[in-house]
Design a protein around this ligand. Sequence first.
Ligand SMILES: NC(=O)c1ccc[n+]([C@@H]2O[C@H](COP(=O)([O-])OP(=O)(O)OC[C@H]3O[C@@H](n4cnc5c(N)ncnc54)[C@H](O)[C@@H]3O)[C@@H](O)[C@H]2O)c1
Length: 462
Amino acid sequence: MALARERGLPLEARDFVAGGAHPIEPASGRLGVLMVGLGAVASTFVAGVELVRRGHARPIGSLTQMGTIRLGRRTDERVRLIRDFVPLADLDQLTFGAWDPFPDNAYQAALRCGVLDRHTHIEPVASELAELEPMSAAFDREHVRRLDGPNVKASMGKRELVEAIRADIRDFRESRACDRLIMIWCASTEVYLEEADVHRDLESFERAVDADDPRIAPSMLYACAALMEGVPFVNGAPNLTVDIPALVDLACEHGLPVCGKDFKTGQTLVKTVIAPMLKARMLGLHGWYSTNILGNRDGEVLDDPDSFRTKEETKLGVLERILQPALYPELYGDVYHKVRINYYPPRGDSKEGWDNVDLFGWLGYPMQIKVDFLCRDSILAAPLVLDLVLFTDLAQRAGMHGIQEWLSFYFKSPQHAPSVYPEHDLFIQQTKLKNTLRWLMGEDQITHLGREYYADDWSTAR
Ligand SMILES: NC(=O)c1ccc[n+]([C@@H]2O[C@H](COP(=O)([O-])OP(=O)(O)OC[C@H]3O[C@@H](n4cnc5c(N)ncnc54)[C@H](O)[C@@H]3O)[C@@H](O)[C@H]2O)c1
């Protein structure tokens, strides 16, 4: 690099990336999707996949099913569907399993959660949903205080729980004849836990499991069991779970991908589009007030201040990372950022997210942006579950182990290497994801430099 600089040679991103396609195992056989939690997100996801398989609905919101990718120069006009470009498992290859402390099968869960219209979207796939019965959960009220269900594993130590989950995984793999599995956390948000010495390396973690240490949450037991069984792990909630050095080490030791945390769906999705816009235009920010009303079980769990604190951390971190106040103290050095979640049962899954943004422009004149996003939580989250399952399976077959930062696109608080800060800007995340797919398939990176389209005109003009 230094030599190139000395000689005045311009370098492009592609000069830092090894060319050529990477070997990827074929996506053949059955892919088992093991969901921890069979609530609103999980049941909406499974019902959706079943409906799409039958041609009764479209997979709207899913990049793997509907997205395209440009290859080569703009003038080449090579645009492919992502699912035709990279070898992804097909929806017909998916088979589902779940754990939940409530014994409702996916049909009952879908009815209870009230996300989907019963006659249009639940009854046509009722038998498939009813077949999905949850296995007994590794559940601890100390970690999710607002719930108490009967379908839990008998009282036992944490080591025995890990072994019981491992046995569930093996039984599922065998009974469904799965070639590969992915585990995804679609369960409730656990109470706030800070990374501690017991999480820092595998040896301390194992000792803490054996000692029933309260800092080892149920989600960590599921993740540990998955990794020990050779199953990649995805975390859709803000809990620490697999975002601790001990479990990242375990994933690397077993050559498995992991990613998280917290599906980026409603308000934070909008925030990670508006905040980069403010920064791109050097518009200042006085304050950002975000509030939500929602009435589903997730909202009930988040009504517990300790579970909310876990969520609050991931929701608050976003602005500071995007706006970089240390670099722009005049614009972002004194921002008042508040996030609220209010449990309001009448709304069910139809969340309302309000944002009030107090910004300032030229000569300091104040302005405001108001956003009122009348969204549906699980409708936004379900396609993310599908994409994460398919992309994590791709990563596994391509031998990409450890943290999958290229999947940051899907998370509020992307898991990242300790040496770098997380990338929150939605469109940088999208570029990262698509460039990773190009890199995997041996295609050129798209740098958006674009000089090549103008070089001829310049030389003739001169
Ligand atoms: N829907 C969204 O837009 C969105 C966005 C980001 C994150 N999330 C997160 O995704 C998760 C699922 O959301 P949801 O709306 O489906 O919630 P939900 O309450 O409908 O479902 C969660 C399920 O997990 C079960 N559960 C709790 N602890 C468990 C354990 N130890 N083992 C197995 N099951 C357990 C609960 O009984 C419940 O049925 C939540 O943590 C939520 O914060 C959702």
